[in-house]
Write a new protein. Structure first.
Length: 267
Protein backbone atom coordinates (compact mmCIF):
# COMPACT_ATOMS: atom_id res chain seq x y z
CA UNK A 1 0.00 0.00 0.00
CA UNK A 2 1.30 3.46 -0.92
CA UNK A 3 2.47 5.59 1.99
CA UNK A 4 1.64 8.95 0.33
CA UNK A 5 -1.47 9.67 -1.76
CA UNK A 6 -2.35 13.00 -3.41
CA UNK A 7 -5.41 13.65 -5.58
CA UNK A 8 -6.96 16.52 -7.53
CA UNK A 9 -10.33 16.71 -9.24
CA UNK A 10 -10.98 17.85 -12.81
CA UNK A 11 -11.29 21.52 -11.82
CA UNK A 12 -7.92 21.49 -10.09
CA UNK A 13 -6.43 19.36 -12.88
CA UNK A 14 -7.54 21.98 -15.41
CA UNK A 15 -5.65 24.66 -13.46
CA UNK A 16 -2.64 22.37 -13.11
CA UNK A 17 -2.47 21.54 -16.84
CA UNK A 18 -3.17 25.15 -17.80
CA UNK A 19 -0.15 26.27 -15.78
CA UNK A 20 2.01 23.48 -17.20
CA UNK A 21 1.11 24.33 -20.81
CA UNK A 22 1.70 28.04 -20.22
CA UNK A 23 5.27 27.22 -19.12
CA UNK A 24 6.07 25.40 -22.38
CA UNK A 25 8.28 27.81 -24.37
CA UNK A 26 7.42 28.85 -27.93
CA UNK A 27 8.33 26.23 -30.51
CA UNK A 28 9.61 26.82 -34.02
CA UNK A 29 10.25 24.92 -37.22
CA UNK A 30 11.32 25.58 -40.80
CA UNK A 31 11.47 23.62 -44.01
CA UNK A 32 9.83 23.35 -47.40
CA UNK A 33 6.84 21.72 -49.02
CA UNK A 34 4.59 22.14 -52.02
CA UNK A 35 1.39 24.04 -52.65
CA UNK A 36 0.00 22.48 -55.81
CA UNK A 37 2.61 23.17 -58.54
CA UNK A 38 4.36 25.79 -56.41
CA UNK A 39 7.34 25.37 -54.11
CA UNK A 40 6.79 26.66 -50.59
CA UNK A 41 9.40 27.32 -47.92
CA UNK A 42 8.29 28.19 -44.42
CA UNK A 43 9.38 29.42 -41.03
CA UNK A 44 6.78 28.97 -38.30
CA UNK A 45 6.60 29.55 -34.56
CA UNK A 46 3.84 28.36 -32.23
CA UNK A 47 2.62 28.61 -28.66
CA UNK A 48 0.09 26.42 -26.88
CA UNK A 49 -3.06 27.31 -24.95
CA UNK A 50 -4.98 24.87 -22.75
CA UNK A 51 -8.48 23.63 -23.48
CA UNK A 52 -10.97 21.78 -21.27
CA UNK A 53 -9.74 18.84 -19.21
CA UNK A 54 -11.53 15.49 -19.02
CA UNK A 55 -9.99 12.81 -16.81
CA UNK A 56 -10.56 9.29 -18.13
CA UNK A 57 -9.67 6.19 -16.11
CA UNK A 58 -7.26 4.53 -15.90
CA UNK A 59 -4.54 6.91 -17.17
CA UNK A 60 -5.81 9.36 -19.80
CA UNK A 61 -6.01 13.16 -19.62
CA UNK A 62 -8.14 14.40 -22.51
CA UNK A 63 -7.68 18.02 -23.52
CA UNK A 64 -10.55 19.27 -25.65
CA UNK A 65 -9.84 22.27 -27.88
CA UNK A 66 -6.10 22.35 -27.22
CA UNK A 67 -5.05 25.41 -29.21
CA UNK A 68 -1.87 26.04 -31.15
CA UNK A 69 -1.43 29.74 -31.89
CA UNK A 70 0.94 29.97 -34.84
CA UNK A 71 2.64 32.58 -36.93
CA UNK A 72 4.34 31.73 -40.21
CA UNK A 73 6.33 33.34 -42.99
CA UNK A 74 5.68 31.51 -46.24
CA UNK A 75 7.91 31.87 -49.26
CA UNK A 76 6.13 30.86 -52.48
CA UNK A 77 8.18 30.17 -55.59
CA UNK A 78 6.25 30.13 -58.86
CA UNK A 79 8.11 28.56 -61.79
CA UNK A 80 6.79 30.29 -64.90
CA UNK A 81 7.86 27.29 -66.96
CA UNK A 82 4.86 25.41 -65.54
CA UNK A 83 2.58 27.98 -67.17
CA UNK A 84 4.42 29.21 -70.25
CA UNK A 85 5.47 26.88 -73.07
CA UNK A 86 9.14 26.45 -73.79
CA UNK A 87 10.33 28.89 -76.43
CA UNK A 88 13.42 28.30 -78.55
CA UNK A 89 14.82 30.19 -81.52
CA UNK A 90 15.00 27.90 -84.54
CA UNK A 91 18.40 26.61 -85.50
CA UNK A 92 19.55 27.69 -88.95
CA UNK A 93 22.20 25.77 -90.86
CA UNK A 94 23.97 26.73 -94.08
CA UNK A 95 26.65 25.13 -96.21
CA UNK A 96 29.64 27.38 -96.68
CA UNK A 97 32.15 26.53 -99.40
CA UNK A 98 35.51 25.42 -98.07
CA UNK A 99 34.06 25.45 -94.55
CA UNK A 100 31.23 23.01 -94.61
CA UNK A 101 27.94 22.99 -92.79
CA UNK A 102 27.60 25.78 -90.17
CA UNK A 103 24.64 26.07 -87.76
CA UNK A 104 23.54 28.81 -85.44
CA UNK A 105 23.25 27.79 -81.78
CA UNK A 106 19.90 26.66 -80.48
CA UNK A 107 18.79 29.35 -78.02
CA UNK A 108 15.94 28.68 -75.58
CA UNK A 109 14.33 31.03 -73.12
CA UNK A 110 14.57 29.80 -69.55
CA UNK A 111 11.53 31.19 -67.79
CA UNK A 112 12.40 32.42 -64.27
CA UNK A 113 10.93 31.44 -60.93
CA UNK A 114 9.15 34.34 -59.26
CA UNK A 115 9.04 34.37 -55.48
CA UNK A 116 6.90 36.19 -52.94
CA UNK A 117 6.91 36.15 -49.14
CA UNK A 118 3.57 36.04 -47.33
CA UNK A 119 3.13 36.36 -43.54
CA UNK A 120 0.13 34.80 -41.78
CA UNK A 121 -1.01 34.19 -38.22
CA UNK A 122 -3.88 31.99 -37.07
CA UNK A 123 -4.63 29.07 -34.76
CA UNK A 124 -5.48 25.39 -34.96
CA UNK A 125 -7.35 23.32 -32.39
CA UNK A 126 -7.24 19.63 -31.59
CA UNK A 127 -8.78 17.19 -29.11
CA UNK A 128 -5.74 15.40 -27.72
CA UNK A 129 -5.45 12.42 -25.38
CA UNK A 130 -2.42 12.34 -23.09
CA UNK A 131 -1.30 9.19 -21.29
CA UNK A 132 0.36 9.56 -17.91
CA UNK A 133 4.03 8.59 -17.89
CA UNK A 134 6.44 8.33 -14.94
CA UNK A 135 10.22 8.52 -15.12
CA UNK A 136 13.16 8.94 -12.75
CA UNK A 137 16.06 10.95 -14.13
CA UNK A 138 18.98 12.47 -12.25
CA UNK A 139 17.30 11.91 -8.89
CA UNK A 140 14.10 13.67 -10.01
CA UNK A 141 10.73 11.96 -10.41
CA UNK A 142 8.86 13.31 -13.45
CA UNK A 143 5.17 12.94 -14.18
CA UNK A 144 4.27 13.85 -17.77
CA UNK A 145 1.31 13.69 -20.07
CA UNK A 146 2.47 12.19 -23.37
CA UNK A 147 0.18 12.68 -26.34
CA UNK A 148 -1.35 9.50 -27.76
CA UNK A 149 -1.47 9.37 -31.56
CA UNK A 150 -1.69 12.30 -33.95
CA UNK A 151 -4.89 14.30 -33.47
CA UNK A 152 -6.66 15.91 -36.40
CA UNK A 153 -6.31 19.67 -36.55
CA UNK A 154 -9.14 22.18 -36.93
CA UNK A 155 -7.90 25.33 -38.62
CA UNK A 156 -9.00 28.81 -37.67
CA UNK A 157 -10.97 31.06 -40.04
CA UNK A 158 -7.99 33.17 -41.12
CA UNK A 159 -6.11 30.26 -42.68
CA UNK A 160 -8.34 30.18 -45.76
CA UNK A 161 -7.33 33.78 -46.50
CA UNK A 162 -3.75 32.69 -47.17
CA UNK A 163 -4.61 31.85 -50.78
CA UNK A 164 -6.02 35.36 -51.20
CA UNK A 165 -2.87 36.80 -49.62
CA UNK A 166 -0.63 34.82 -51.98
CA UNK A 167 -2.67 36.01 -54.97
CA UNK A 168 -2.56 39.62 -53.76
CA UNK A 169 1.22 39.42 -53.29
CA UNK A 170 2.07 37.79 -56.62
CA UNK A 171 -0.35 39.68 -58.90
CA UNK A 172 1.51 43.05 -58.96
CA UNK A 173 4.77 41.23 -59.70
CA UNK A 174 3.25 39.33 -62.62
CA UNK A 175 1.46 42.37 -64.02
CA UNK A 176 4.86 44.02 -64.37
CA UNK A 177 5.97 41.36 -66.88
CA UNK A 178 5.78 43.00 -70.35
CA UNK A 179 3.09 41.85 -72.79
CA UNK A 180 2.00 38.70 -70.91
CA UNK A 181 1.65 40.01 -67.35
CA UNK A 182 -2.15 39.97 -67.35
CA UNK A 183 -2.20 36.43 -68.73
CA UNK A 184 0.22 35.25 -66.02
CA UNK A 185 -1.73 36.93 -63.22
CA UNK A 186 -5.01 35.36 -64.35
CA UNK A 187 -3.37 31.95 -64.76
CA UNK A 188 -1.77 31.99 -61.29
CA UNK A 189 -4.95 33.13 -59.53
CA UNK A 190 -6.91 30.44 -61.38
CA UNK A 191 -4.44 27.80 -60.18
CA UNK A 192 -4.69 29.10 -56.60
CA UNK A 193 -8.48 28.87 -56.78
CA UNK A 194 -8.22 25.26 -58.00
CA UNK A 195 -5.82 24.39 -55.17
CA UNK A 196 -8.45 25.60 -52.70
CA UNK A 197 -8.52 25.27 -48.93
CA UNK A 198 -8.01 21.49 -49.07
CA UNK A 199 -4.69 21.92 -50.87
CA UNK A 200 -3.66 24.65 -48.45
CA UNK A 201 -4.40 22.42 -45.45
CA UNK A 202 -2.40 19.70 -47.21
CA UNK A 203 0.58 22.06 -46.93
CA UNK A 204 -0.05 23.42 -43.44
CA UNK A 205 -1.16 20.15 -41.80
CA UNK A 206 2.27 18.43 -41.89
CA UNK A 207 3.89 21.70 -40.79
CA UNK A 208 1.74 22.20 -37.69
CA UNK A 209 0.92 18.62 -36.65
CA UNK A 210 4.36 18.00 -35.05
CA UNK A 211 3.71 20.81 -32.57
CA UNK A 212 0.96 18.62 -31.11
CA UNK A 213 1.91 15.06 -32.05
CA UNK A 214 5.22 15.11 -30.20
CA UNK A 215 3.93 17.04 -27.22
CA UNK A 216 4.79 16.21 -23.61
CA UNK A 217 3.17 18.17 -20.80
CA UNK A 218 5.22 18.30 -17.58
CA UNK A 219 2.69 17.78 -14.79
CA UNK A 220 4.76 17.22 -11.66
CA UNK A 221 8.41 17.10 -10.56
CA UNK A 222 9.68 15.83 -7.23
CA UNK A 223 13.23 15.12 -5.99
CA UNK A 224 13.63 11.48 -5.02
CA UNK A 225 15.21 12.58 -1.72
CA UNK A 226 12.48 14.52 0.06
CA UNK A 227 12.68 16.59 3.25
CA UNK A 228 9.56 16.05 5.35
CA UNK A 229 10.65 17.86 8.53
CA UNK A 230 13.08 20.79 8.71
CA UNK A 231 15.77 21.25 11.36
CA UNK A 232 14.08 22.05 14.70
CA UNK A 233 17.15 22.67 16.81
CA UNK A 234 20.73 21.59 17.50
CA UNK A 235 19.65 18.07 18.45
CA UNK A 236 16.74 17.71 16.02
CA UNK A 237 18.11 17.31 12.48
CA UNK A 238 16.03 17.47 9.32
CA UNK A 239 14.11 14.34 8.48
CA UNK A 240 14.38 13.05 4.91
CA UNK A 241 12.70 10.22 3.07
CA UNK A 242 13.38 8.54 -0.24
CA UNK A 243 10.59 8.14 -2.77
CA UNK A 244 11.20 4.60 -3.97
CA UNK A 245 8.30 4.43 -6.44
CA UNK A 246 5.86 6.93 -7.86
CA UNK A 247 2.65 6.15 -9.74
CA UNK A 248 0.02 8.31 -11.45
CA UNK A 249 -3.46 7.29 -12.49
CA UNK A 250 -6.99 8.52 -13.05
CA UNK A 251 -9.50 7.08 -10.62
CA UNK A 252 -13.24 7.35 -11.00
CA UNK A 253 -15.55 7.11 -7.98
CA UNK A 254 -18.14 9.77 -7.37
CA UNK A 255 -15.89 12.06 -9.44
CA UNK A 256 -12.84 11.67 -11.65
CA UNK A 257 -9.54 12.42 -9.94
CA UNK A 258 -5.90 12.58 -10.94
CA UNK A 259 -4.09 10.56 -8.27
CA UNK A 260 -0.38 10.35 -7.37
CA UNK A 261 0.84 7.61 -5.03
CA UNK A 262 4.32 7.20 -3.58
CA UNK A 263 6.16 4.38 -1.83
CA UNK A 264 8.77 5.75 0.58
CA UNK A 265 11.56 4.62 2.84
CA UNK A 266 13.84 6.41 5.37
CA UNK A 267 16.72 8.26 3.70
Amino acid sequence: MAEIIAAVDETAANTLIDTAIALIPPQSASGSGSLGPFVASYSVSATLANGDIDLIAPDIIRVANLRVNWSATLGIGIDLSTILPDFCLPQVCVNIPCVGRVCTPRICIDWPTIGVTVPLSDFVEADADFRLAISLSGGIWNVEGVVVGVPSLRFGPTTALLLVAIGAAITPVLLAVPFIGIFLAVAINTILALIGVAGLIGLLGPILTPFVSGLKIPIYKQPQLFEVLPIEGPIDPAVHITIDALAASVESTDEDELVLTADISPA
